[in-house]
Design a protein around this ligand. Structure first.
Ligand code: SF4
Length: 295
């Protein structure tokens, strides 16, 4: 079996930065809180927990002098104010690209546009963006966009991990029902590169593996894209979930991973698939002729 690993597989710049900031905080302060999971990857969370990180949902646990890491998804300003009010040291690891979405959304509101966020209303990033606005409107499906009333003006931003096809469809629909539409395409290039690369790779191989947390929205989107091109696509969190039967008759395997999947988890999967191929494997991560270079 030939193994092709997507060049963009794994941590994006913003997640790498957040993990580094969290580890630095742990080295400095010995222990730290993180509001929610720092990244949507169970195994990386376990590693950070061993280093002294406590993942909490309830901010009431925070006391004066505690260190609190804000993850790359960002939070509403009220959260930072609350933590500072408690006397905590706040390490803000919000990805600068997410901060840019906050800025753009607030700018649209200042300019008098009602602001629509395209994204999942339950995702922490969208909750954080909405928290910067007085009256956010959120739509996560084509049906929800269709259901919006006709409006004289509307400003639009989107979740950085939004599916590009949904974005295009939503904007086409809005253009017909809004007189003055101002759109910021805030999809992060790390996301669109991964999505493009996944689509192309899925079309080139017999079997696709998408590695990442089942609760990671960007990994799930990669899986959906891959599945739409290649029915033999599988979403796994680790090598332990791989069923050798998936590779029956396969000559090539494509591997990609979400932006929150650490390199060591990817390496484990690549090694596992290599071992399954028993010497028939032509290439592996870092040394293979990945589709990545051409995508
Ligand atoms: S996907 Fe983009 S916006 Fe999100 S953390 Fe990574 S670099 Fe930042």
């Amino acid at each position: 079996m030939e193994i092709k690993v997507a060049k963009s597989a794994g941590f994006c710049w913003g997640v790498k930065r957040a993990v580094n900031m969290a580890v630095e905080a742990l080295e400095k302060d010995g222990r730290a809180y993180c509001l929610g999971e720092l990244i949507h990857n169970r195994r990386e969370i376990e590693r950070l927990r061993k280093l002294g990180m406590d993942f909490i949902e309830d901010m009431d646990a925070v006391k004066k002098g505690d260190t609190v890491v804000i993850r790359s998804h960002g939070v509403a300003p009220s959260v930072i104010e609350f933590l500072k009010g408690r006397g905590a040291r706040v390490v803000d690891a919000t990805c600068p690209f997410v901060k840019d979405v906050h800025e753009k959304a607030m700018k649209l509101e200042r300019e008098g546009y009602p602001v629509l966020i395209l994204g999942n209303p339950k995702h922490p990033e969208v909750i954080g963006i909405a928290g910067h606005l007085k009256e956010p409107i959120i739509a996560s499906t084509v049906e929800e966009v269709e259901a919006l009333p006709k409006m004289p003006r509307l400003g639009v931003v989107c979740q950085t991990t939004l599916n590009l096809n949904f974005f295009k469809e939503a904007i086409s629909l809005l253009a017909l029902k809004v007189k003055e539409l101002k759109v910021y395409n805030t999809i992060c290039s790390a996301t669109s590169i991964r999505q493009r690369e996944t689509r192309k790779l899925a079309g080139q191989v017999d079997v696709m593996l998408i590695i990442g947390g089942k609760n990671s929205s960007n990994t799930t989107k990669l899986y959906q894209i891959s599945k739409s091109v290649n029915p033999r696509s599988y979403h796994v969190e680790s090598k332990d979930e791989i069923d050798p039967a998936w590779f029956e008759g396969a000559k090539s395997v494509g591997i990609t991973a979400g932006a929150s999947t650490p390199a060591w988890v990817i390496d484990e999967v690549v090694q596992f698939v290599k071992d399954l191929g028993k010497g028939g494997v032509l290439s592996g991560r870092g040394v293979c002729q990945t589709a990545g270079g051409e995508l």
